[in-house]
Design a protein around this ligand. Sequence first.
Ligand code: OGA
Ligand code: NI
Length: 347
Amino acid sequence: MAPTVTSVHESEPKVASIKTLAGSDALTSVPSEYAYIMDPNDKGDANDPEHSIPIIDFALLTSASPDERAQMIQKLGKACQEWGFFQVINHGVPESLMKQMIDACQRFFELPEVEKKEFHTKNLLDPIKCGTSFNVAIDKVRLWRDYLKVIAHPKFNSLYKPAGYSEVSLEFSKRTRAVATEILNGISESLGLEADYITKAMNWDRGCQILAANYYPACPQPDLAIGIPPHTDHGLVTLLIQNDMCGLEVKHNDQWVLVNAAPGSFIVNYKSIWHRATVNNTSTRISIAVPHGPALDTPAVPIPDLLEKEGEKAKYIGMTYEKFMELQASPAAYMMPCLDHLRVKDN
Ligand code: OGA
Ligand code: NI
């Protein structure tokens, strides 16, 4: 199908991709629009091996042995409560498929700029869009990252280029969604609910799944730039994979912890936890975050059964997932933990 070019594109600020900028031989320092000065107190506490996100063994979580399953569900519940981030191993999604997916995204980012232009659209829920930074119209500091976002569920969308993207992304999105489903089942059970409680309440069969790839080229002064500043995600459960470069840091007990995930594992974010993506001066880092959310028209609310059981009042108001995503992307909530906007005031 011929790409449609609308007038919307003309009015977009013209900002070169970070790939183009970073690829220029002349670049030896971070241009001022990208200068991100981090408070020294806010630096990551990089490589403390004692301090790393919990590991969930998917094979045990889905084990036929009730004992094994119960133990892993308990561990999962604890990981969600204490960290909100964990890594999932033994999930059965072939590492080769993950690599192919990263490779397909890399080939997309490496397309000539003019070939990516047709996807430079503006609307939050456009099925396919790519760009640089976060939102160049509102960014105060530009981010050292390009992105590609493709909605893969409830309707599967795909790119006709680069060759192979479509097939690989279809398989990857299905397999990843199946893992996400089991994780949510486990989380439901860890809360003392039926396994399918969350998926039913969130209309999971029409749930939103986005393949959100990030491209962070090597940066000449990594301490003076940021891939994505501290933020929280909008999804119900986000699964993330990366090439062989680390860079994701999560906030835990007031400290930034570098996520050092096992090759082939999924990094999973369940709670609305601060995290950020740092950059490096060695080589390009690619990550693919796959947020899975409720159906767009479904209000996410505190679970009534749990409130009743605990004798508590709701601490958050409900909101449809679509409205929540709009809120997260709005200038008012720029890189803020958007869940704060939903907190009930007198509670
Ligand atoms: C994101 C995100 C982190 C990473 O895309 O929301 O937090 O490591 N990415 O790329
Ligand atoms: Ni994120």
